[in-house]
Design a protein around this ligand. Structure first.
Ligand code: FRU
Length: 490
């Protein structure tokens, strides 16, 4: 290291020292965790020079949120990640208060541009402000623009906030010019998503407002994403302080608005509004377009309420969700684990059309590293209630209860080993359709991601259950037929 190391050089040195003491066995199998310290939102998720890049909100020096850096990892298959050195540290006047969330886009000359929110610290007479910054590099080292912040509050019409102005998501339009959506908090309309345009990625101008909360869906809208998908246009936002309504729970949520977009008029017309994830731990997702045309989404597998109380058992804290392919069916945003999961399948066990009533396990169906699909076939049965237990031992279990009469599923981790009085249950609609209900579970040690009916609804949860609790049982209040396909993962 040089005699007068920069803040980024110091972080990179710290990472090298700490990496020696970190064991891959103590990490999840396929979920990305921070190299060391704290992680929140996924950032700069992209395909660049032959591999996937995923950056993340990062505080290397503790397992709590702190001055935000960007961590960095790369992968060929979205499941095996290799750490790269820290990409950004808060070390300039434009971002001294933190390098907040943002995205990445390839420039015409082949360099990668990171676009992020620079936080300018509060002064004696001034509140902390937020503006958009850029840094350009080769996929490993990035140089911040001397013109940062390149998008300031002054770029916006009146009544938009200088304090809640963050999380730019950029992409290249078909004509080669650049677009960005960014979150803001309008004085009246609250959470609002703004569209900006740029000929080259460096100079930007305000185009218009895409949509806003109007206090219906929370206060500030964080981490927007905006993309065409299967003939529709999708806006994803993560609102703060939502009131419970329709299918949404209170607090920090994720919202997908599916509609149509007329870019000429900058008019986005809503068709449907739905939660992205119904679980306990999912926030601030970001998508990217894979080279084969798939739209892939990863979220922060945590939540600002629950992270406060969650145990810190490892030298790192928090994880990303599994990578999910998103698609539209019947006007709704659907999700399925990316097909690369098949690369992890080992020892597949199948039980075809077995009858279950009393609580029972099945040979070979046990473990905490698993991709398991349960297909319930209740036709001709008087079964109303089907219960699945995972991560089970004599003292613990995670319960998934399906009320077939009410088409309701309850995910319940109350007995999963938590000793905190926090939310442990979530509800989601789960209908029997064409005679069946499918539940696909991805289990990776300390998490469960449940895809209901082909990803119509998804429930994501971190579980604090000891890893020795690896039982799986099935029960129904009347004999019912089901099939189980369980792939152990390795
Ligand atoms: C969302 C968020 C973003 C912000 C970042 C800061 O989780 O609050 O709005 O950029 O986290 O770490």
């Amino acid at each position: 290291m040089s005699k007068n190391p920069t803040p980024l050089e110091r972080v990179r040195e710290y990472e090298r020292e700490r990496a020696i003491h970190m064991s891959a066995d103590e990490r999840p199998l396929f979920h990305l965790t921070p190299l060391v310290g704290w992680m929140n939102d996924p950032n700069g998720f992209c395909w660049y020079k032959g591999q996937y890049h995923l950056f993340y909100q990062y505080h290397p020096f503790s397992r709590a949120w702190g001055p935000m850096h960007w961590g960095h990892a790369v992968s060929h298959d979205l499941l095996h990640w290799t750490y790269e050195p820290c990409a950004l540290a808060p070390d300039t006047a434009a971002d001294a208060g933190g390098c907040f969330s943002g995205s990445a886009v390839e420039l015409p000359d082949g360099r990668l541009m990171l676009v992020y929110t620079g936080v300018q610290p509060a002064g004696t007479f001034r509140r902390e402000t937020q503006a958009q910054c850029i840094a350009i590099g080769d996929g490993k080292d990035f140089e911040k623009s001397l013109l940062n912040p390149v998008i300031r509050h002054a770029h916006l019409p009146e009544d938009y906030s200088a304090f809640d102005f963050r999380d730019p998501k950029v992409w290249r339009a078909q004509d080669g010019t650049f677009r960005m959506v960014v979150g803001n908090r309008h004085a009246e309309r609250q959470g609002s998503i703004l569209l900006l345009s740029s000929p080259d990625g460096f100079t930007w101008h305000f185009v218009g407002e895409i949509d806003s909360s109007n206090s219906e869906y929370g206060r500030m809208w964080e981490c927007p994403d905006f993309f065409p998908l299967d003939g529709k246009q999708v806006l994803i936002v993560s609102p703060q302080e939502m009131h419970a309504r329709e299918e949404f729970h209170a607090g920090f949520g994720t919202v997908a608005i599916v509609g149509q977009f007329d870019e000429g008029e900058c008019q986005f017309v809503r068709e449907t509004v739905q939660p992205v994830d119904f679980g306990l731990n999912f926030y601030a997702p970001q998508t990217m377009l894979a080279p084969d045309g798939r739209r892939i989404m990863i979220g922060w597998m945590d939540n600002w309420e629950t992270c406060k109380e969650a145990p810190r058992r490892h030298p790192w804290y928090a994880q990303m969700s599994a990578p999910r392919e998103v698609f539209i069916e019947n006007g709704r945003l659907m999700q399925r684990p990316v097909r690369e999961f098949e690369l992890l399948w080992q020892d597949t066990v199948r039980h075809d059309r077995v009858t279950v009533s009393e609580e029972t396990g099945l040979p070979g169906v046990q473990g905490r590293l698993m991709d398991m699909t349960v297909t319930l076939l209740p036709e001709g049965s008087s079964c109303r209630r089907f219960t699945l237990h995972v991560a089970k031992d004599a003292h613990h279990y995670i319960q998934i209860r399906c009320d077939l009469a009410r088409s309701e599923l309850v995910f319940d981790r109350s007995l999963g080993g938590s000793h905190r009085d926090i939310v442990h249950t979530r509800h989601a609609r789960a209908e029997v359709k064409d005679g069946k209900l499918t539940l696909r579970l991805l289990m990776d040690k300390e998490s469960v991601e449940l895809f209901i009916n082909g990803g119509e609804r998804v429930i994501t949860a971190i579980i604090p259950t000891p890893l020795s609790a690896d039982g799986i049982t099935f029960a129904a209040d009347a004999p019912v037929t089901m099939s189980v396909e369980a792939h152990h993962l390795g």
